[in-house]
Design a protein around this ligand. Structure first.
Ligand SMILES: [Zn+2]
Length: 249
């Protein structure tokens, strides 16, 4: 099997497991047990638009893999370098995503492509890949540029793709599963939550970061009410769960 076909098969399997299955199970199955974690009332159940955009994104990814077959991945990198490569590639991709996303909002020319992703007010995991082809190319060309500039192995890039898809799908969930303690102490306010990305879809001009809350804090682009909103969502969850445990109380 060619390099592009092999990598594309890997992406299709991940897409099915991390996007399609959670979308169908969490957004359509009547799972009463999950109700307390529902942070957003998902009114937008349209499947055709995000599905068509996702299919075009998959086509772009295949094109990127055709380019990727020209890249020379390293095979004999020392273990210490591979271990260091994981936080390094995540940090660099976090910066790449923040700045490209920020520019897509600040440039009128680029926003005409990004606005297709923002057509979903209430997001679902299916929005993880719901991009205009130009935006999809901007996002996924990273997987070709990075190994050209920084020596890396194919396995590191495959891990990066897996990490990106998990965080992207989780960020678009209409549920807030992240624990409250993540934001109880400013020093451990690291990971972005589903509430963070929902607020981005609601306000447009803030909360641009993907994995970690660092860039939004460094650039002062966190939505002002974000930490408060996250606490409110978690307190609502806690109170519903408490009532469920003690219905007479
Ligand atoms: Zn955006």
């Amino acid at each position: 099997m060619s390099f592009a076909n092999e990598q594309f098969l890997y992406v299709l399997i991940l897409f099915g497991m991390i996007v399609i299955i959670p979308y169908l199970v969490l957004c359509f199955a009547p799972l009463k047990v999950l109700e307390p974690w529902k942070s957003v009332v998902s009114k937008d159940k349209s499947i055709i638009r995000p599905l068509l955009l996702s299919l075009s994104t998959l086509a772009i990814i295949y094109g990127v893999f055709l380019l990727g077959s020209l890249v020379k991945f390293q095979q004999d990198l020392p273990t210490w370098y591979l271990v260091l490569s994981v936080p390094m590639v995540i940090f660099i991709h976090d910066a790449y995503f923040y700045w490209t996303h920020y520019l897509m909002h600040k440039s009128k020319f680029l926003y005409r492509f990004h606005k297709h992703h923002h057509q979903s007010g209430d997001t679902t995991p299916l929005d993880a890949f719901a991009f205009h082809p130009v935006e999809a190319f901007i996002h996924f060309i990273f997987f070709v540029i990075y190994p050209v500039i920084i020596p890396t192995s194919l396995e590191i890039m495959q891990f990066m793709f897996l990490w990106m898809l998990i965080c992207n799908s989780a960020g678009h969930l209409p549920y807030e599963f992240y624990p409250k303690f993540l934001y109880d102490f400013p020093i451990i306010r690291q990971f972005n939550t589903a509430t963070h990305h929902h607020m981005h879809h609601q306000y447009y001009n803030s909360n641009f970061s993907l994995y970690y809350n660092w860039w939004d804090r460094w650039m002062n682009t966190n939505q002002k009410s974000y930490f408060m909103r996250f606490q409110e969502v978690k307190e609502k969850t806690h109170s519903i769960l408490k009532k469920g445990l003690h219905p007479s109380g």
